[in-house]
Design a protein around this ligand. Structure first.
Ligand SMILES: Nc1ncnc2c1ncn2[C@@H]1O[C@H](COP(=O)(O)OP(=O)(O)O)[C@@H](O)[C@H]1O
Ligand SMILES: [Mg+2]
Length: 477
């Protein structure tokens, strides 16, 4: 399949050949379509190619690329969009990027008047006030059914003969609302396979060199990640530890001011930092705010990163929470003007910094931040029980532990390329109890992809592990 656009009479050629499920995406006209499959089959590419094809074919089409958060979009779909899909059109000027204004969202503008707006559902005002012909939602398992219904009310620009919401995702649990919606026939499900992607398999179905390397990464995954990302199955993890965790409940959206800046959490809420050291395994540092009055914990910032030194993490976190302020003062004694640079905290200093028991790591972190740390209470099962109690909702649907949306400071590209969790929210979905060969669930979690899990548990333990006998405390020292 080729798409052609012209500039000063010179046709620019863009070649894309979809196969299998990806070809089906192109041919579909249903109002709601979900492309599902394991990682790397070309799902996102197919959706983006279709979006461009529709925009080129008809003038004044309005398209939209959407993800749960604006930031997550930048690191994934937009890279494929710019580097592969509209690459040639950008070079020739047939498509230009417009960065947006206070009233208007960022968008790609085609010569024929078609546009593709880009944005996140975390800050939807500018995006959702418009109408569209075709909307592409990347990683649609991350959005809520309310988001989906809202998006569908925006599909009525009617420049094209069909109005379409295309979504893609890697499979989630078999009871995920989006899968049930497909089972019910409300949404059309298209399955795509690794063989659909010519980067991984040639036209005869032989694996390419790149394909073999990629499949090897997938084969290294375990448990439910393997089943979903390698095999493309909608399966729930067996024996999930935090069954209470529901992203629709426990992940909160930020409030924004009129300029689109996040409103900070109240100053009077105490802050805590919790660290789980690691180098090959992720180093995790999370910042929490504790609303003492309501007894609710909010996790609002997360570093989740492999292969970086403790001193680098220390300087990163300090550059976020403090800034240097230089003030001039007059030295009357020597009769000269002098400057003084002070470190000023932008947000409340942590009341405590709670760490796992890596003495070397703690020493380095303390040295590079000038802040003291303390050891976490590590009792696993007590911690899990207490944390489950915090996640549990009361009769009003309120929990006592929340993650703020898009709290990740920076995405770990190594982890992403190896399809490992890049933030705590992803770990909640797969953190599971060990299962014995005869299928019995054991009373011990699988120690894998659990670094973010540990920090939340340490946080809860720090606040809630009270009233237990002193002798028990000593057991954990
Ligand atoms: N038909 C195709 N021709 C060339 N490259 C492709 C094709 N389909 C996918 N790719 C490339 O393979 C990589 C993975 O595709 P992507 O769409 O991101 O996969 P998924 O969304 O299924 O994880 C991307 O770099 C994409 O450009
Ligand atoms: Mg994708």
């Amino acid at each position: 399949m080729t798409a052609t656009a012209t500039k000063k009479g010179n046709p620019i050629k863009h070649i894309y050949a979809p196969r299998g499920g990806c070809l089906e995406v192109f041919n579909s006209r249903e109002e709601e379509v979900l492309v599902s499959g394991p990682a790397g089959t070309g799902k996102s590419r197919a959706c983006l190619e279709k979006l461009m094809a529709v925009c080129l074919a008809t003038p004044n089409v309005r398209g939209l690329i959407l993800r749960k958060t604006q930031r997550s979009l930048g690191s994934t779909a937009l890279v494929t969009w710019r580097n592969f899909v509209i690459k040639e059109a950008l070079q020739t000027g047939d498509v230009v990027y417009y960065g947006g204004s206070q009233q208007e969202a960022a968008q790609y503008r085609f010569k024929n008047g078609s546009t593709v707006t880009v944005g996140g559902l975390d800050n939807p005002t500018r995006i959702m006030s418009s109408e569209y012909d075709i909307v592409y939602v990347q990683e649609a398992t991350e959005i809520t059914i309310t988001d989906l219904e809202f998006i569908k009310t925006r599909l009525r620009n009617w420049r094209t003969s069909f109005q379409q919401l295309i979504m893609d995702c890697n499979p989630a649990g078999d009871k995920h609302w989006l899968k049930l919606r497909c089972n019910d026939g409300v949404c059309k499900l298209i399955e795509s396979r690794h063989e659909d992607n010519p980067r991984l398999f040639d036209a005869e179905g032989n694996v390419t060199e790149k394909g073999a390397a990629y499949i090897a990464i997938l084969d290294n995954l375990t448990g439910v990640r393997y089943k979903r990302l390698r095999l493309g199955l909608w399966v729930s993890a067996e024996g999930i530890v935090y069954e209470e965790f529901d992203p629709a409940v426990h992940v909160l959206k930020w409030d924004y001011d009129e300029e689109g800046n996040r409103l900070p959490l109240p100053e009077e809420w105490e802050r805590y930092w919790v660290i789980d050291f690691g180098y090959m395994h992720p180093f995790v540092l999370k910042c929490y705010a504790y609303d003492h009055e309501e007894d609710v914990i909010y996790m609002y910032r997360e570093i989740h990163m492999t292969q970086r030194l403790v001193e680098e993490h220390a300087s990163q976190i300090m550059s976020i929470v403090t800034r240097k302020e230089t003030t001039k003062w007059y030295d009357h004694f020597n009769k000269v003007e002098r400057e003084r640079t002070e470190v000023v905290w932008i947000e409340p200093k942590p009341t405590a910094i709670i760490c796992d028991h890596d003495a070397e790591g703690r020493k380095t972190f303390e040295k590079h931040t000038g802040l003291g740390t303390q050891r976490a209470l590590k009792a696993v099962n007590d911690g899990i029980d207490l944390h489950k109690a915090r996640l549990k909702t009361d009769e009003n649907g309120d929990a006592r532990f929340y993650l703020m949306d898009d709290a990740l400071v920076e995405q770990d590209t190594w982890a992403r390329e190896h399809l490992l969790p890049t933030c705590t929210e992803e770990e909640y979905a797969t953190y599971a109890w060990k299962v014995s060969p005869d299928g019995r669930i054991q009373n011990e979690p699988v120690k894998r992809d659990d670094d973010g899990m540990d920090t939340d548990r340490y946080m809860t333990m720090h606040l809630d592990f009270k009233g237990k006998a002193r002798v028990t405390m000593l057991d954990y020292a």
